[in-house]
Design a protein around this ligand. Sequence first.
Ligand code: PRP
Length: 223
Amino acid sequence: MGLVIALNKGRIFKECLPLLAACQIQPSEDPDRSRKLIFDSVSGGHKLIVTRSADVPTYVENGVADIGITGKDTILEYGESMSFYERLDLKIGQCKMMTAGPVGVAEPEHVLRVASKFVNITRKYYQAQSRQVSLIKLSGAMEIAPLLGLADCIVDIVDTGNTLRANGLEERETICDISTRLIVNRASMKTKFDEVQALIAKLSAVVDAIGEEALGNNDQAGQ
Ligand code: PRP
C-alpha cells in the first residue's frame, strides 16, 4: 500500500534521509536539486512530503500523512491538543528547550517579559511554576529581544550555545530535552498496521545500531 511520510524541511529532513535509506526508503529525485515538495520513493510505493515543522502534526492528525517525523519542540508547541501516537525517538536533532537571559543580569522586579516563538511551551512552563509572565510572540531570532529591550529573557532551543553567546545571553533553566520523534496517524495504525510496525522496527534497529557504534567509538577514544 505504501506509507505517506511527512518530514520537516531543512536539518531534520537531511538527517533523516540516511535513516530512511537504511530502511530502503529513498526519494526518487535528489531533494537538494529539486523544488518539489512531494517525492515518490524508489521502491515500496511510499511518498515523502517535505513541509514546515509546524504543519507535520497537522498532516498526521488529519491523515494526509500516515507518519510524521519532527522535533519534540514542534510536538509540544503545535501538537499538544492533537491526536496521534508518538512512537519512536530517532535520537537525532538533540538539543534543549531553555530559558536564557543577558549575561550577569538579575531577573527584574517587575513581571518577567519573555519572548519566544514557542508560546505554548513557555506559557505552560511558567504556569506550572505559578509565575505570572508577559509573553511576547516572535517568529524567530529571539536572541535579539533582550538586547533590544523588548524582553527580559527568551525561551528557545539551545544546541551548541553559540547563538546565545554571540548575542550576550546565558543559559538559565532547562525546560525539556528535545530530539526528533516519529508520530503515527491513529487510523493508519490500524489500517496500515503491518507497514507502520515494520518501519518503526527497522528505524528503531537503525537508531540502536548508530547509538552502539557511537558508544564503541567513545570507548575506543577513551582507551
Ligand atoms: C535554532 C534556535 C537558535 C539556534 C541554537 O535556530 O532557534 O537560534 O538554533 O543553536 P546553537 O545553540 O547551536 O547556537 P535554527 O538555526 O534552527 O533556526 P530558526 O531560528 O529558524 O529556528
